[in-house]
Ligand binder design. Structure first.
Ligand SMILES: Nc1ncnc2c1ncn2[C@@H]1O[C@H](COP(=O)(O)OP(=O)(O)OP(=O)(O)O)[C@@H](O)[C@H]1O
Length: 237
């Protein structure tokens, strides 16, 4: 379980206060308007930015006591996940050893992770020689070799065309089922996550305003901020 309770973060012009429970092995999609606080939440879990006040636990462990690198998680951003001067295999290998002094078993793990994300044969390519989708697959492979139980994804496939976005979200879903990963993923196209997410959390004005199954959240939940986001007529209008 990822447990976020009364988690407060204050910037000079933005205050956030989050409550969210994500069961182990669940995929939770964070949706909501730009500037609403999705990235701020992901960064707080990862340990970036201002230290928050409140409860932040994963599997009972207080994450606020751990440095970012010690936290049992991997994070993927929309871009700039890879070092441009390193090959796909080296970028994945960094997940195992920042010095890239890999033993044979570790090199085999890198190859296996690249194969699992559909990149067998492209191990020696540099990021610039890969498509955007392939680059995100490399970043996913690095998360796999790190073998951390919590994966944070910040709008990871936003730069890809709709078909590829769905394919990549499907891959994330398969991987989390295979490895029982807990996934927290921000997304600007809620319908893309509707079939795979167990939970959808609507984040706006620095708060988790509603959490439910995608079907219920997308169809039913009512709140002025949700109505604005989906451009629905407010209740009683
Ligand atoms: N390090 C920081 N210093 C000051 N303000 C910050 C910092 N990080 C985020 N903010 C502010 O927090 C607010 C929420 O931004 P955040 O990036 O979390 O929203 P978001 O929901 O992820 O938006 P988007 O969907 O556009 O990525 C914004 O007003 C932003 O300017």
């Amino acid at each position: 379980m990822l447990e976020i309770a009364d988690l407060a973060i204050d910037y000079p012009e933005f205050s956030a206060h989050y409550d969210l429970l994500v069961p182990k092995g669940a995929l939770c999609a964070l949706i909501g308007p730009s500037g609403g606080g999705k990235t701020t939440l992901l960064h707080a879990v990862a340990g970036f930015g201002r230290p928050p006040r409140g409860t932040l636990r994963f599997e009972g462990v207080d994450l606020t006591r751990l440095k970012p690198a010690e936290r049992p998680l991997s994070i993927l951003f929309q871009e700039h996940n890879l070092f441009p001067h390193l090959t796909a295999a080296q970028n994945v290998g960094l997940g195992l050893d920042p010095g890239l002094r890999l033993a044979a078993a570790q090199r085999a793990a890198v190859d296996a992770a690249l194969a699992r994300v559909g990149l067998a044969g492209l191990a020696e390519r540099l990021p610039a020689q890969l498509s955007g989708g392939q680059r995100q697959r490399v970043a996913l492979a690095r998360a796999l070799v790190r073998n951390r139980p919590l994966i944070l994804l910040d709008e990871p496939f936003g730069g890809l065309d709709p078909g590829l976005r769905l394919e990549m979200i499907g891959l994330v879903d398969q991987l989390r089922r295979e490895r029982r990963l807990t996934v927290l993923m921000s997304i600007h196209t809620p319908e893309d996550a509707a079939d795979v997410a167990d939970l959808m959390a609507f984040v706006a004005e620095g708060k988790v305003i509603a959490t439910d199954t995608p079907a219920k959240l997308l169809a039913g939940a009512r709140h002025p901020a949700l109505d604005r986001y989906f451009r629905r007529a407010p209740l009683g209008a």
